[in-house]
Design a protein around this ligand. Sequence first.
Ligand code: CP
Length: 298
Amino acid sequence: GKDLLGIETLPPAAIEAILDRADAHAESRHGEALEGRTQINMFFENSTRTQASFEIAGKRLGAEVMNMEMRTSSVAKGETLIDTALTLNAMRPDLLVVRHPHSGAVDLLAQKVDCHVLNAGDGRHEHPTQALLDALTIRRAKGRLHRLTVAICGDIAHSRVARSNILLLGKMESRVRLIAPPTLIPPGVAELGVEVTDDMERGLEGADVVMMLRLQRERMDGGFIPSEREYFHRFGLDAAKLARAKPDAIVMHPGPMNRGVEIDGVIADDINRSVIQTQVEMGVAVRMAAMDMLVTGG
Ligand code: CP
């Protein structure tokens, strides 16, 4: 297709193909697929991992990469997202990488421009390259993506990472358990075929993969905001709670992480359990694969 907007529309075979390509890029770390191409990163929300890894991925494949500084752009003078995108599109880029606080904004933009568009996270909707890098990390650690029990814990309600992961793991026939206070579970999520619990220890029982999420306070408009200490006590991942998961369970976190809130720093740093740094490394490989396959029609 022209764009990568979400996991929802990707068939399982396409997911496997991207992961296979990413595996190859993780080994070689360089390629020529984007030589002579122009990539523009447009981030309307803060980012460390996604923006840096899209930039590095483009450069490792030979692209000219430009990071638009959205805070100092003419958006501040009232120019709309679509007019901004049409303006940049007129400069004939090959790839636009877009992050935006509104769900659906990147899909809308993709309909208006003729270059390839990659969704780098839109509101609470989707973050497809995050789910793909998580899948690659799981596949490399566990040797497969099917018949695994994956516990996703924390602020599911505001998380595009959770939503894209639930969609991907469902397509791959893994079992997903959501663990969160009822106020942080989005309505209608049971329709996605997941189990839901607010009991952390029960939810972690026998899990192969434990994925922790940050409380997204920036998306909690005046509603329920738990105190950090209480939250850590009930839902923070520490050694005692992790002992309920399988002995070889891996611990994941998409970042940014708040130590002592959703995860004990000791667990995050435990190289025998935590694959958090591997996730970041796989992020570059997956973004190389996604851009390479869009541009070369793979
Ligand atoms: N995981 C993730 O999207 O991190 P950033 O917000 O730092 O890009």
